[in-house]
Design a protein around this ligand. Structure first.
Ligand SMILES: [Zn+2]
Length: 549
C-alpha cells in the first residue's frame, strides 16, 4: 500500500506536550530546506527558511534550554537556603515516568500573579525570575507555532501549543488556540461562556443549574416539569418512567437512571478523559489545515455530543439491552455504534456479577466511542461506519487501546492525568501469565490478521483481550517508545479504513517474526519486574469487563 501517512506528533502521546516537538525537529532536519516555502514570522515579516534555519530554534531546543534555566534557578535557591523555592522550581522540570503517558490538564484558575505581601525580598525576586522564564520560553515556543502556520503544519502546531501551555498554562494565545478565553477571571471554553451568559452556574454536586435554582436544590427541592417538588418525589417519578436525569456536558450527553449527582460525577470524569484523549490523539479530530486555522480563528472544533446511558442496576440494563442485542445478558456494558451510545449500569458492590469498577469501564467504552465518532478527516470508512472497521484484519488494536484507557487516572489537585503502567493492571498480568505460565500465545501474524467479526466470535475472549493489552503496551512503551509513532499511525489507518493486514510491518519496518521475538523479550522484562514486586499483585485496578458485542 503506497498511501502516505500524516507526520504525526505522536510522542505527545509519550510525554504530554513535551517530547513531540523533538520528534518533529528530527523529522524536519531530514527534509530538504529548499523545498520549504517562505516562513511567516510572528511579526508578519517574511523570512526564507533555507537561509534562516540556523537562527530559528526548534521547540525542542527551546524546551531543553528552559529546563536548564529552571535547574540553574533551583540551584541558586539551594545556595541561599531557599529549600521550598528550589523544590517548587524543580517540580516544573519534566520527568518521564517509565511505562506511562503523562498528560497535563489545564486548570480553569490562572496561576497567582503575586506572592503574598509578607514574602521576603529574596522570595519576590525568585518568583519574578520564575515568571520571566515561563513567559520568555512560552512566547518563544508559541512563535515557532506561528511560523509553522504559514506552512500549514497543523499537527506540529498543536505540539508547539501544548508545549507553550506546559511552560505557561496562562499563555493567552495558546489558550485561545485550545478554545479557552479568560472570562470573569477564569479560563472558560466558549460553551461554558454561553452557559454562564444564559444564567447557569456549574454547581459541584448538581452540575449546570440556573443560578437562582441552586439554593432550592441544596434544600432538597427539584425542578421537575416546570414545578418544584421534593427530591424523593422526583426520584419516584423518574424511576417509574422510562426517562432519567439528563446531564449535558460540553462533549457528552448522559442519561442517568441512578441520580442527578451520579450523572454529574460521570460527566466530569468523561470530560477529563476527553481532555486527555484529545491531547494524545488530536489528528483524529481535525486535519492539518483545520488545526492550522485555529491560529487565526476563535471558532472551536465542535462535534456532536457523545451519548451515554447509565442504568440503575444489572436487571434494568439487561432488560433494555436485549432489545438491541440478544447477547446482552452476558455483558456488563458496551458501546453500540449503530445507536452511537454507551450503555452501562451502576455495579452493585455486593453482587458477584458486578465485580467491576464503573469509571475504568467508561474510559474503555468512551475510547471506542471517541475514535469512532470523532470526525477523522477524509475517512475512507465513511463517517462512523462500524461495519467497515477492521474488515480484513487489525481489530485487536481497537480493543488494545481501549484496554489501555482503563488505566486512566486523574489527579485533579495537580491537573494531571496518566495512562499506562503494568502493576495491578490485570489484563497485562493475564498476558504475562498466558505467555510465561500457560504457554498460550497467538503468533502476531495470526493475531493481527483477525478481522472484527473473527475477533469477536473467538471462543477465548479473555486470551484475546489480554494479548491485545500486552501488545498495545509493547507498541507504546517498548524501547523508550520506539514504536509509539508507528502505533498511532497504525490506529489512524485502522480507523480511517485504509489499513491492510501487514500495515504494522510496514510502519515498524519489522517482520511479524521479529515483532514476536521483541514482544516476548519485552514482556519477559516486565514479568521479572512483577515477580520481584511479588506476584500476583494485591490490588487489581478492576476486574474482567464483559463487553456487549
Ligand atoms: Zn472494548
Amino acid at each position: 500500500m503506497s498511501k502516505r501517512y500524516p507526520a504525526f506528533l505522536v510522542l505527545v502521546f509519550l510525554v504530554s506536550a513535551v517530547l513531540v516537538p523533538l520528534v518533529y525537529a528530527q523529522n524536519s532536519k531530514t527534509e530538504p530546506d529548499g523545498d520549504r516555502p517562505a516562513v511567516q514570522s510572528s511579526d508578519g515579516s517574511s523570512e526564507d527558511s533555507s537561509t534562516k534555519t540556523s537562527e530559528l530554534r526548534s521547540s525542542a531546543e527551546i524546551f531543553a534550554e528552559y529546563q536548564q534555566k529552571l535547574e540553574n534557578l533551583a540551584s541558586k535557591c539551594d545556595e541561599r537556603g531557599m529549600t521550598l523555592e528550589a523544590k517548587v522550581t524543580r517540580s516544573l522540570i519534566y520527568k518521564k515516568q517509565p511505562y506511562f503517558f503523562d498528560v497535563s490538564l489545564l486548570s480553569s484558575k490562572p496561576l497567582e500573579a503575586k506572592l503574598p505581601s509578607d514574602a521576603t525580598k529574596e522570595q519576590q525576586s525568585w518568583y519574578a525570575a520564575l515568571r520571566r522564564l515561563r513567559e520568555k520560553y512560552s512566547n518563544e515556543t508559541f512563535a515557532v507555532a506561528e511560523r509553522l502556520g504559514a506552512r500549514k503544519r497543523g499537527y506540529e502546531i498543536v505540539a508547539c501549543v501544548l508545549q507553550t501551555l506546559y511552560i505557561n498554562p496562562d499563555h493567552k494565545r495558546a489558550r485561545q488556540f485550545m478554545g479557552f478565553s479568560l472570562y470573569e477571571g477564569e479560563w472558560r471554553s466558549q460553551w461554558e461562556i454561553r452557559r454562564i451568559e444564559k444564567g447557569y452556574v456549574d454547581d459541584p454536586q448538581f452540575g449546570w443549574l440556573l443560578k437562582d435554582q441552586v439554593e432550592e436544590y441544596r434544600k432538597g427541592k427539584r425542578f421537575y416539569r416546570n414545578q418544584w417538588i421534593t427530591r424523593e418525589e422526583e426520584e419516584k417519578k423518574i424511576v417509574a418512567s422510562a426517562s432519567g436525569w439528563r446531564i449535558e456536558t460540553e462533549h457528552f450527553s448522559i442519561l442517568s437512571r441512578v441520580s442527578l449527582e451520579r450523572g454529574v460525577e460521570i460527566g466530569r470524569y468523561l470530560e477529563s478523559y476527553y481532555d486527555a484523549w484529545i491531547r494524545l490523539f488530536y489528528p483524529f479530530v481535525a486535519n492539518e489545515n483545520q488545526w492550522t486555522a485555529r491560529l487565526y480563528s476563535n471558532d472551536a472544533i465542535v462535534s456532536k455530543r457523545h451519548q451515554v446511558i447509565l442504568y440503575r442496576n444489572r436487571a434494568e440494563y439487561v432488560r433494555e439491552l436485549k432489545k438491541h442485542d440478544p447477547n446482552a445478558v452476558q455483558s456488563v456494558g458496551g458501546y453500540f455504534p449503530s445507536l452511537r451510545c454507551i450503555f452501562v449500569y451502576e455495579p452493585d458492590p455486593k453482587s458477584v456479577d458486578d465485580a467491576f469498577d464503573l469509571m475504568p469501564m467508561l474510559a474503555h467504552e468512551a475510547t471506542h466511542q471517541l475514535f469512532n465518532e470523532c470526525n477523522i478527516p477524509n475517512s475512507a470508512r465513511g463517517k462512523s461506519d462500524y461495519s467497515k472497521l477492521a474488515r480484513y484484519a487489525n481489530f485487536w488494536a481497537v480493543e488494545g487501546i481501549a484496554i489501555t484507557a482503563e488505566t486512566f487516572t486523574l489527579d485533579r489537585a495537580k491537573n494531571k492525568a496518566a495512562m499506562g503502567g503494568f502493576k495491578g493492571v490485570f489484563r497485562i498480568e493475564d498476558a504475562l501469565t498466558s505467555l510465561f505460565v500457560d504457554n498460550e500465545y497467538i503468533p502476531l501474524e495470526r493475531f493481527i490478521g483477525m478481522s472484527r467479526t473473527e475477533f469477536q466470535a473467538y471462543e477465548d475472549l479473555n486470551l484475546l483481550y489480554s494479548q491485545a493489552a500486552g501488545l498495545a503496551f509493547f507498541f507504546m512503551f517498548y524501547n523508550d517508545g520506539a514504536y509509539c509513532n508507528a502505533f498511532v499511525r497504525y490506529l489512524y489507518g485502522v480507523y480511517q479504513g485504509t489499513d491492510t493486514p501487514d500495515l504494522i510491518v510496514k510502519l515498524t519496518g519489522k517482520s511479524f517474526k521479529q515483532l514476536d521475538e521483541e514482544y516476548k523479550t519485552f514482556m519477559k522484562e516486565i514479568y521479572e519486574q512483577v515477580r520481584q514486586d511479588g506476584s500476583p499483585h494485591p490490588e487489581k485496578t478492576h476486574v474482567n469487563i464483559k463487553e456487549a458485542r
